[in-house]
Design a protein around this ligand. Structure first.
Ligand SMILES: [Fe+2]
Length: 382
């Protein structure tokens, strides 16, 4: 195309509207010829259409929740009974959460005969460090269904070479020679920056039912732990709201996706510009809502910029959320290194990012109580 300089009639260069071209990772997804599911969330991952995937074997689909484009990727894969995935390695880190089934995973490094092998079942989560070969083995006659998250998008968007990413001899990790790389967590530690509960592990046997330490950040009785896995390039935490309770709203840029692993609920999310009381101020049309059961998901901040989000437990057992953010950005918030940051639980008035219950839009409490009444569950909100 030849460049056309501005004229008196058309005073600007270029067009006013345009379509964003697909980036390398997005082209990679298209070439895989399996479905790509987009949107602010998914009510239940089990309802998604899957198709045979030549690369890994089994049936699969990509999921790219709104706001996560270019930051990190996700796919769901069904491994048939007694089946295995094709072995692969890649320069990005990958996490798996087991939705259904039972099996083992094998992990090894190039040139090493030592294979790390560990078992998993429904509710397990494990990490594959960058450039380790791995293969998923379904040990039962029933299908296994796994959700994977990885930071393939930035790696592919920068290097643009499949052979560099998938066939690279670099050794980036050491899978401990004594074979305990995949030992489940034993002690709850304090994260070295903020002092919140942390595990150092590459395998969590049961994300769904493991006891969680008290945190209280987002709602009274809220429980939370951060598993720091593999090379720590992929942020995750497990959080649980008690029955009859909901989180305070808080805001930040996109990246995090909440995966409901137990119970059911819904999430409201709205742009910062709509203010702390969007219903009262006539900005209701800017609020998005996602309902989910186990295993559904929602993008915490589906648009650009800061978005508020607020999560509501409507199940008799409350709601447990596994939060993934493969961008790694939200580990410790946003800002320059060394800059003093304020915990996100602190209210907006005091320089934080949360809306206190007494300052929230009255619609929120009314709606929540209505939802609970419909299910015969008592509100336990202060
Ligand atoms: Fe958040």
């Amino acid at each position: 195309m030849t460049f056309v300089a501005p004229t008196e009639e058309k005073t600007y260069a270029g067009t006013t509207t345009y379509r964003r071209p697909a980036r390398p990772y997005e082209r990679f997804m298209q070439e895989q010829d399996i479905p790509v599911h987009r949107g602010i969330g998914v009510r239940d991952v089990r309802e998604l259409e899957l198709r045979p995937w030549a690369r890994l074997g089994g049936n699969a689909a990509f999921i790219q929740p709104d706001g996560t484009d270019g930051q990190w990727g996700m796919f769901v894969i069904e491994v048939p009974g007694r089946g295995t995935t094709n072995q692969e390695r890649h320069l990005y880190e990958e996490l798996f959460f087991v939705i259904e089934g039972r099996g083992t995973t094998e992990v090894w490094l190039e040139g090493s005969r030592r294979v790390q092998r560990f078992e998993w079942g429904a509710g397990s989560m494990f990490a594959i460090p960058p450039n380790a070969f791995h293969r998923i083995v379904n040990g039962s006659a029933d299908r296994a269904l796994l959700l994977a998250g990885n930071n393939a998008p930035p790696i592919m968007n920068i290097f643009k070479s499949e052979s560099f990413i998938f066939d690279n001899p670099a050794r980036l990790v050491d899978l401990a020679a004594d074979g305990d790389y995949y030992r489940p967590p034993e002690d709850i530690l304090a994260d070295p920056v903020r002092g919140r509960a942390m595990w150092r592990t590459n395998l969590v046997p049961d994300v769904v039912d493991v006891d969680l330490p008290l945190d209280n950040e987002r709602s009274p009785g809220y429980r939370r732990v951060e598993p720091h896995m593999a090379t720590d390039a992929f942020f995750c935490f497990i959080g649980q709201h008690e029955p009859g309770r909901y989180s305070k709203a808080h805001r930040h840029p996109s990246g995090a996706v909440l995966i409901c692993v137990k119970g059911e609920g819904y999430t409201y999310t709205w742009p910062r510009e709509a203010g702390p009381r969007p219903w009262e101020t006539g900005q209701e049309h800017l609020v998005k809502r996602q309902e989910y059961v186990s295993v559904g998901m929602v993008s915490a901040a589906p648009g650009g910029g800061d978005w508020y989000h607020q999560h509501f437990a409507t199940g008799a057992d409350g709601v447990r959320l596994l939060v993934w953010d493969g961008s790694g950005r939200s580990y410790y918030g946003w800002g320059a290194p060394g800059e003093e940051l304020i915990a996100s639980r602190v209210s907006v008035q005091q320089g934080g990012r949360s809306i206190d219950y007494e300052d929230e839009d009255p619609h929120i409490r009314r709606e929540y109580v209505r939802q609970l009444e419909r299910r015969g569950i008592a509100s336990r909100m202060p």
